[in-house]
Design a protein around this ligand. Sequence first.
Ligand SMILES: NC(=O)c1ccc[n+]([C@@H]2O[C@H](COP(=O)([O-])OP(=O)(O)OC[C@H]3O[C@@H](n4cnc5c(N)ncnc54)[C@H](O)[C@@H]3O)[C@@H](O)[C@H]2O)c1
Length: 261
Amino acid sequence: MSERVAVVTGGGGGIGRATVERLRRDGRAVVFAELDADRAEATAQATGATPVVADVATPDGVAALVAAVDSRYPAIDALVNNVGHYLAPTPFAKSSPAHWDALDAINLRHVFAVTHALLPKLLARGGSIVNVSSVEGLRGYPVDPVYAAYKAAVIHFTRSLALELGGRGVRVNAVGPDITQSLQVDYSTVPVELEDRWKIWAPIGRPGTPEDQAGVIAFLVSDDAAFVTGHCIPTDGGTLAGGGWFRIPGTGRWTNRPTNP
Ligand SMILES: NC(=O)c1ccc[n+]([C@@H]2O[C@H](COP(=O)([O-])OP(=O)(O)OC[C@H]3O[C@@H](n4cnc5c(N)ncnc54)[C@H](O)[C@@H]3O)[C@@H](O)[C@H]2O)c1
């Protein structure tokens, strides 16, 4: 049987690293892109995956990732487009073309570019794509409508591509994380003296871990999800079901963390 091969972007931190670890444990060879050389090396050492130090928000970075895959594998069976960031949360009135472009580059354009470049390798034997979106792509996000729009675009790209590729052996899904401890979102700094905080914030009663996200991603690329395509699974601890946004009295700011403004 051919070796199963996965490609992951942003494999040095948070959800990306946990995904590399999980897919390696599941028996896949993994090639991952990572901007930060130290983090790339740490993931590679810990997992045996192949690092590519590259910025996938640039054409050169995408080309470096694709060249590394090309030189090793004739086909891949999983692609996880994980890189994304909210940068500096910006209300629309204060937004700018530079902000839109920066959010596009880090959240959307590389999803198109990496997928487009690696699609022939996915079509070669059949496989699965998972795009990491956000709950903010599934609901309105007053803190930064532009970020929300790009994350929503990732989900709609997921659906549309699933239609195009469904008959060609490639499934396409997304996950929509919320409140997951990672490098860019450090929930460990949140004081937890209020026992009920996580129950208010996340109905499941705790913040998420990168491993929580990686488990769903691993399911979606596995044969157990063979009849699942075109969906975004909210991986949110229940916040979409139980949460809402609240304006913090007297500040003009918004929060969905009513006990942690
Ligand atoms: N953590 C959360 O609560 C949360 C919530 C919603 C959505 N998400 C989404 O999950 C995904 C992963 O987020 P995370 O919280 O695990 O992030 P993280 O910051 O913990 O890790 C991201 C990793 O990607 C690398 N990276 C960043 N830009 C890159 C680039 N241009 N090229 C290559 N590598 C790059 C970083 O160096 C880092 O190692 C993102 O798409 C994010 O929007 C996370």
